[in-house]
Design a protein around this ligand. Sequence first.
Ligand code: NAD
Ligand code: UD1
Length: 342
Amino acid sequence: MIFVTGGAGYIGSHTCVELLNAGYDVTVFDNFCNSNPEALKRVEQITQKKINLVEGDCRNRAAMVKVLKESGATAVIHFAGLKAVGESVEKPNAYYDNNVVGTLRLLEAMQECNVKTLVFSSSATVYGDPIKLPLTEDHPLAPTNPYGRSKWMIEEILRDLYHSDHAFKIAILRYFNPVGAHVSGLIGEDPQGIPNNLMPFVAQVAVGRRDSLSIWGSDYATPDGTGVRDYIHVVDLAIGHLKALEALRAINSEKMNSCLTINLGTGQGYSVLDVVRAYEKASNKRIPYQIAPRRLGDIAACYADPKRAFDMLGWQAKLGLDEMCANSWHWQSNNPSGYQQK
Ligand code: NAD
Ligand code: UD1
């Protein structure tokens, strides 16, 4: 049984599909602060398997102890957290409380229940403004906002925990830019309010929910002047979690390093204009855009060196930008208002 915190969210729901398809039982623990239980019904529809769902908050240690014990969980995948960079600048306490305190409570619950295998959602945001590209895992860490610092703090906590107790098996996964949706078109990204991120915004322009895209800067030192990122298909990302879990389970000696830090990216950077063109092709819609000033805190380019993931997990991304856009469009056009029926 795998205990999945935040399993109703964007990446969590796609990972539940892969876990169930691989034969794992899944308990989702989520407070639905940024998700809809409908996502899990859709996961059950895709997989034809049942999820054990418990509504709860990761800051409630006793609730997690109860569920860990009752479900017989042997490993945890920890997605639960807040993730909006701008909001984290406005409300830092909420981010440290939810992300850092929530993780501490989870770790206490795991220790109490003797569950010591953990896959954690970190982010490429921990690197800050890259000194050198592609980003390798040993690049210095210099996050530039409270959200990024909350991830960095949790990483440090996990490294200290492992140092104190080598029975722990921990995979810290640093995601690059997750996009796209399951090929069924039944689950996908469903941002609340105006999307912060590029692809969901483009998707909403394509479907007619928004008039046009603002491109934040066209004077970066990149091939076409717009920002370059390492977009990764959410299904590839989900499979990366499965591989990480399997790699941790295969570690059978406390002498082996079992605190792994791994980039999950494709290694390929695409510009904002590359994404716009690929989305136009996938949706057969025109995406009107205007060039706007740079967004505060943005960087020119960011992409992964994905070699360690291949060496340690036998994982590499398989799906390209065309599939990311096609699957995003399938989800968006079938569900123009996301999980809310309107
Ligand atoms: P999401 O918001 O869709 O999913 C997070 C889920 O956690 C939601 O279902 C939410 O309701 C739940 N949750 C939040 N706080 C909780 C709490 N205290 N107790 C219980 N449940 C709680 O986000 P996502 O895109 O699926 O991201 C999953 C994880 O990956 C997050 O930790 C995020 O920081 C990290 N991450 C995301 C991205 C990205 O671009 N999506 C990139 C890097 C890292
Ligand atoms: C954002 C987060 C980062 C997180 C990452 C992955 C910020 C400041 N950073 O980064 O912490 O790890 O997502 O989820 O939010 N763009 C536009 N117009 C838009 C939206 C985006 O031009 O309306 C551009 C951006 O300037 C950037 C690119 O598109 O060049 C990608 O932006 P976005 O999807 O927000 O991701 P990141 O900036 O990488």
